[in-house]
Design a protein around this ligand. Sequence first.
Ligand SMILES: Cc1cc2nc3c(=O)[nH]c(=O)nc-3n(C[C@H](O)[C@H](O)[C@H](O)COP(=O)(O)OP(=O)(O)OC[C@H]3O[C@@H](n4cnc5c(N)ncnc54)[C@H](O)[C@@H]3O)c2cc1C
Length: 426
Amino acid sequence: MGGVSGAERPEKVEVLIVGGGQAGLAMSEHLGAGEVPHLILERERIAERWRSERWDSLVANGPAWHDRFPTLEFGGFDPDGFAAKEQVADYFEAYAEKIGARIRCGVEVTSVRRDGTGFRAETSAGTIEADYVVAATGPFQVPQIPPIAPEDPGLTQIHSSAYRNPGQLPDGGVLVVGAGSSGVQIAEELLAAGRSVYLSVGPHDRPPRSYRGRDFVWWLGVLGQWDAEAPPEGKEHVTIAVSGRDGGRTVDFRELGARGIRLVGLTASFDGGVVRFASDLGENIAQGDASYLSLLDEADAYVERTGIDLPEEPEARQLGPLPSSVTDPLAELDLAEAGVASIVWATGFRTDYSWLQVDAFDADGTPKHRRGVSPEPGVYFLGLPWLSRRGSSFIWGVWHDARYLADQIAIQRAYRAYRPRSLTTA
Ligand SMILES: Cc1cc2nc3c(=O)[nH]c(=O)nc-3n(C[C@H](O)[C@H](O)[C@H](O)COP(=O)(O)OP(=O)(O)OC[C@H]3O[C@@H](n4cnc5c(N)ncnc54)[C@H](O)[C@@H]3O)c2cc1C
């Protein structure tokens, strides 16, 4: 640990890993196993996002037996339970210790440029030269709020990454925009705190939390769905609504509606304090139901084919009545009249690789890569959604991608180490 050397010659490392979250740490484990010298630079602390960029009550979306690396269990924890965000961060700290990760915290990488056969990294603590660079700065870097957000000083507006707890918002109702895992959980928490809540629901998948005695993460595993290499056509922007809250429950918009959350369609526009919603709510709920039921079908087919002994659960197919907010949807809402004082934008994130000044991006800044290997020799991406498969941005998935990238780096090192016999014997 400690600062980057202030000596005249820049410090030299073979592989520079930028980012000390789960991706950077997994990379370190696999490079370490191959005895490849490397260094992680992390601008804050290990797994900082789990510590300071998530709301207070957040627990992991998957059970502890699954949302972990294969090489370390969650110590002293019910494997079927859902770890709180601090426990997840502690887990990664323990993991870094276990593998003896070479990591320096509190050092930000401000730029990386090609320099001869390798790269020159400028950091908040000096210059580093590296032969290979792994960008592990996260799938969810910069909070994204759509341009339709109104400029209204009377409204408190925050992104889900800045949401901590209901007490942080002024008294009054809340519009939560986005009904993926974050939006749904935040809306539930606000409702439980006595707030009047509007939840803007777009296209989503909502797998059953469990079916026939197995969590959905198990079903996605045995059905090979975590390994899907690309989202199904037309589902590229479909969010997934799951929750580990209160020990884990299926996200069911009917039930949320029955409990008092007012469901609305996609948030389309704002005009003079009035918000308009798309007329897609019924369709979004129906498609979410279809995704839910299709997973039950696939699970049943798997049981039938393999003969595995799991209890039947026909009641899982019984869907409750649609709430009135779905059968008689709101087209618009006057926020002041409805007493809505804040908006939580649970609308996702984008990446920012402005520090990585190499030829590895599309015109719009999207990383170009194949399974994380970029067209710029020596530059690798890790942790991005769908990097190689559906599981790539999740805890256990990134570990497998890191293993692949470590192998790719080892292959390149071997080629670089090659010298023609005529030269070595000359
Ligand atoms: C609300 C939420 C809940 C989630 N829940 C789960 C879950 O339950 N299970 C699951 O498997 N996944 C979950 N995920 C998805 C995923 O596991 C997390 O997003 C995880 O944080 C990604 O890890 P990472 O290492 O790829 O990136 P990050 O955790 O984002 O780590 C990147 C690190 O890079 C550092 N960094 C960035 N730029 C620089 C720089 N220029 N120089 C130095 N350091 C830099 C950052 O400080 C950060 O620590 C969740 C995501 C969100 C948003």
